[in-house]
Structures are given as structure tokens and as C-alpha cells.
Design a protein around this ligand. Structure first.
Ligand SMILES: *Cc1c(COP(=O)(O)O)cnc(C)c1O
Length: 476
């Protein structure tokens, strides 16, 4: 059905045409008194006036031109694209949630209690002592965490200039360290795809502020030597930062705090099933161990010193604010609802199924999958085929392709993360799409996709020069 819609959309010259020009429009008098300057106001405005069915069809058609987790599997490695249960939307839509963030603490006790509980949930899940909910995304959480590490070192009179990061790390780790004013020391991966202890020992020293690491790493491999890694970094006086984007693999089974990490972020839009990317804003809470708690952003929420209820407060050596108020509050409510609904057993079960699904899929595909066994994701290699071509061809077989050409430690990588939500038949469909695309003739790969609304688009151009105007092309 999706393909029929897409073909139809492609045949019509401009999919917005029926809404914006062909159908009637009406002119509305808007010339009321306005406090705005004259050059910013209009006397009248012309609005399209389509019927309700036309609008419903227009937006339904547009929605079917793109891929979504609601229309099929979405195994985009490192992104943890899992389904967001609809009940969390109901919880976040409670009118009592949408109150002004400047209201006094006494009048928003329920909301503060929820924030406090979420701080505690996340601390427990990560093995941390204190949590801030403020950062609005994973990358913002990273920057917050590294600024906390910096404040900690400065507070203790240590001027440290370097952050060590494995070459396979997510691009945001390098950007974070540089933005926080550090020199990046890149750590090559060992032959088994993990941190090489000798290389690490050589890389850390008295200039090391922190090591940034995710575990399992970006190809789904667990860093078995994590206790030694933590000792090496701590012995040099550095801190251990945990990139929590891969926490879905560990939920209820392992905790960064127990592994020796001092500071971490949580991607609630990955691990705790709140909307992702274009689906809405995210949140990137940060957890720390006791010795870093006084540096957390302000405000945090605690049990009130009077012994009754909850209050906001500013930690003694706070790095300040990294976002307005408490962060993306409605997103945080969804994370809270998801965690509360699943409970300890449900979270541990999600992690187990995420790992099982990745390993099952890795077995079912004909592509070579180096390293392993994996946790929640794996990087297959397209070998002498172009990973991006194989991915585009997979679109023609009705699935979303994996992340391609990253991380670079696996040549022509196809980084695949099915998540716990897919069942066996869905994983089998995914494996078939992989295998059909991988073994297809070169010409089919080069021309793919040809059953989607748009064929090869300029992905870089779309990101660098986005068209964000509501206006039709010829009006711009
Ligand atoms: C997604 C991701 C990030 C960044 O998180 P955002 O919420 O997208 O800013 C950092 N590290 C890894 C490994 C990731 O997958």
C-alpha cells in the first residue's frame, strides 16, 4: 500500500499542489489593531480552503512518503529506533502537566515529585548518585557531563587539557570535547574491535581530563576489560564518561556506575521510548557519582528541607543552566511513564530481547559480520559492494536500511540495531531484504531506490540547505 501511494505521489508534479493552489482559497480580513510595527503586519491574508477529506488525504499522503517506526522496522544502528507506546502520550497530555515552569514549588508538587522520581529511577538504572533532567538531547548531555568534569578538575586545582576518545566513538563525543575546550586524543581500536589496553595506557596521563566511552561500544561489543580501563584512567587522575546511547543493551543487567564510570548521559529518546528526531524534542539527563553532584546544572529537585514535599535547588558549585527550567518536561514525563510501566523486570526483559534480536538477525544475513558475539547491535560489512547502494536497495524491499559506512573500523559497515520490539517474522523479513539487496545485480543497486516517493536524493544538501519555509517553491 505504501508503494502505491508513493508511486502516485511521484507522478503528481508537486504533492502540495492540491492543497496550496488548485483548490479554492479565501481572503480573510486581518486588519485589526495591532501592537506590532506596521511593516510586520498585513491587512489581509489569503488562506487555502480545502475540505476536511482533502486535508486528511493530503497529510496522510505526505506521512506515507517517509518511513516511520509505525509503518515498519527501523534498524538504524546507534539510534535505537524503538516504538513509543501510545499510553505515554496520554500521560504527558494530562492538563496538570502543562503548567507554567515559573509557578512556585508549593503549587506544582505533583510535577516536582514526578521529576524527583525520574531522577531516582535514572540514578538507579545507571548506578549513579545524582541526576539532572535538564539537557535537551544526548549531545547536550555529553557537553553537560564534560563541563562538569572540567569544573571538578578546576575546583581541585587541576589544569587538564585532553579528552581521550576511541576512534570508533560517535561524532558527538569529539565535538563535545572540542566544544568544552579540550584537545582530543584519538584512541585506535584493538584488533578485536575493543579498547586496546596498551594504547590506552600510552594515551592517558596527567593531562587527561576524561575518557569518553560507550559500553557496549558502537559495534555492539562489550568492553570486557572495563574494570582495568577504569583503573588506568582513575590512576592517572582522569574521569570516566559513559555515553549512554547504548544503554538499551544493559537495562536492568549492568550499570555504568558499577563498571567505574563517574558521569554519564541517558538518551531517553533512545532507551526510554520517547519520540526521536523529527518526532519531537528529546532529552539527555546526566547522572554523576557523589563527588561530582555539587557541579550539576541548576535547578535540581530534592525532597524539601522542611521534610514536606519537594523543592528546586541550586547545587553548590553548579555549572549553571544548560537549558530553560527543567528541560524538555513533557518528553521526560513519557520516559517516566515508560519506566514505571515496564518496571525492573520489564526493563531487563527489553535488554535481553534487544540482544537476542541483534544476534538472531546477524545469523540470518548472508553478509559477513566481523567480531561478535554482540549486544544490541552489530556492524555487518557489505564487502566489495557499496554499503550505501545496498541500503538504498533495501528500501525497495519495504524496510528501512541500517546506518551505513560507520563506524569506520568495519569497512562498508551496515550498523544494524533491530531493538526488542521486532518479532521473529519481522526479523525474517529484514533478513530477506538484506540478502536480496546484497546479492542483487550492480545496476539495480546503482538505480535504487525506485519504489519510493523520491529516488536518490542529495542527503548532504538536504541537511546543509534545508527548506524550512511553508511557501510553495515558486513563491520563495
Ligand atoms: C545518538 C548518539 C549520541 C547523541 O545523542 P543525540 O540525542 O542524538 O544528541 C551520542 N552517542 C551515541 C553513541 C549515539 O548513538
Amino acid at each position: 500500500m505504501i508503494h502505491d501511494q508513493a508511486t502516485y505521489a511521484r507522478e503528481s508534479e508537486d504533492v502540495r499542489e492540491p492543497l496550496l493552489s488548485e483548490k479554492g482559497s479565501s481572503t480573510v480580513d486581518v486588519s485589526a489593531e495591532s501592537p506590532l510595527p506596521d511593516d510586520l503586519t498585513r491587512e489581509e491574508v489569503t488562506l487555502p480552503s480545502p475540505s476536511e477529506p482533502e486535508i486528511a488525504r493530503h497529510y496522510t499522503r505526505l506521512s506515507q512518503m517517509n518511513w516511520s517506526i509505525d509503518s515498519g522496522s527501523y534498524p538504524l544502528g546507534s539510534c535505537t529506533m524503538k516504538y513509543n507506546p501510545a499510553f505515554t502520550e496520554d500521560v504527558a497530555a494530562d492538563p496538570n502537566a502543562a503548567v507554567h515552569p515559573d509557578r512556585p514549588d508549593e503549587s506544582v508538587q505533583g510535577n516536582l515529585e514526578l521529576m524527583h522520581r525520574l531522577q531516582e529511577f535514572l540514578a538507579e538504572i545507571g548506578g549513579m548518585d545524582a541526576v539532572t533532567l535538564q539537557p535537551p538531547a544526548g549531545a547536550a548531555g555529553e557537553l553537560t557531563g564534560i563541563l562538569i568534569a572540567k569544573a571538578y578538575h578546576e575546583h581541585h586545582g587541576n589544569d587538564r587539557s585532553e579528552v581521550v576518545i576511541p576512534a570508533s566513538a560517535h561524532g558527538t563525543n569529539f565535538a563535545t570535547a572540542a566544544t568544552a575546550g579540550y584537545d582530543v586524543v584519538e584512541l585506535p581500536s584493538g584488533e578485536d574491535g575493543r579498547v586496546d589496553l596498551e594504547a590506552l595506557t600510552a594515551a592517558v596521563g596527567e593531562d587527561t581530563a576524561a575518557l569518553m566511552l560507550t559500553n557496549p561500544n558502537t559495534v555492539g561489543l562489550f568492553e570486557r576489560d572495563i574494570a582495568e580501563i577504569a583503573d588506568i584512567v582513575h590512576d592517572a587522575g582522569g574521569l570516566l564518561y559513559y555515553d549512554g546511547a547504548n544503554l538499551n543493551a544493559l537495562l536492568g543487567r549492568g550499570r555504568p556506575g558499577d563498571m567505574g564510570f563517574d558521569v554519564m548521559h541517558y538518551n531517553v529518546h533512545k532507551t526510554f521510548a520517547t519520540p526521536h528526531g523529527g518526532g519531537g524534542p528529546g532529552a539527555g539527563p546526566v547522572g554523576v557519582t557523589d563527588r561530582l553532584a555539587e557541579f550539576l546544572p541548576s535547578p535540581r529537585v530534592r525532597e524539601a528541607e522542611t521534610g514536606r514535599g519537594y523543592e528546586r535547588f541550586e547545587p553548590a558549585e553548579s555549572i549553571g543552566k544548560v537549558h530553560g527550567f527543567q528541560g524538555n518536561w513533557l518528553v521526560l514525563i513519557k520516559a517516566y511513564a515508560y519506566i514505571a510501566r515496564l518496571g525492573d523486570d520489564g526493563l531487563a526483559d527489553a535488554a535481553a530481547k534487544a540482544v537476542l534480536n541483534a544476534n538472531y538477525l546477524a545469523e540470518r544475513i548472508e553478509l559477513d559480520v566481523p567480531h561478535g558475539p554482540f549486544h544490541h547491535e552489530f556492524a555487518a560489512t557489505a564487502g566489495d559492494r557499496d554499503a550505501a547502494d545496498v541500503a538504498k536497495r533495501m528500501l525497495d524491499f519495504g524496510v528501512h536500511p541500517p546506518t551505513t559506512k560507520w563506524p569506520e573500523m568495519v569497512p562498508e559497515a551496515m550498523l544494524t540495531e533491530p531493538t526488542e520490539i521486532e518479532n521473529k517474522s519481522s526479523l525474517d523479513d529484514l533478513a530477506s531484504a538484506f540478502n536480496l539487496a546484497y546479492s542483487d545485480v550492480e545496476e539495480a543497486l546503482e538505480n535504487a531506490p525506485n519504489r519510493t516517493a523520491a529516488s536518490r536524493i542529495d542527503q548532504v544538501g538536504a541537511a546543509r540547505n534545508p527548506r524550512l519555509s511553508w511557501q510553495a517553491l515558486d513563491e520563495e
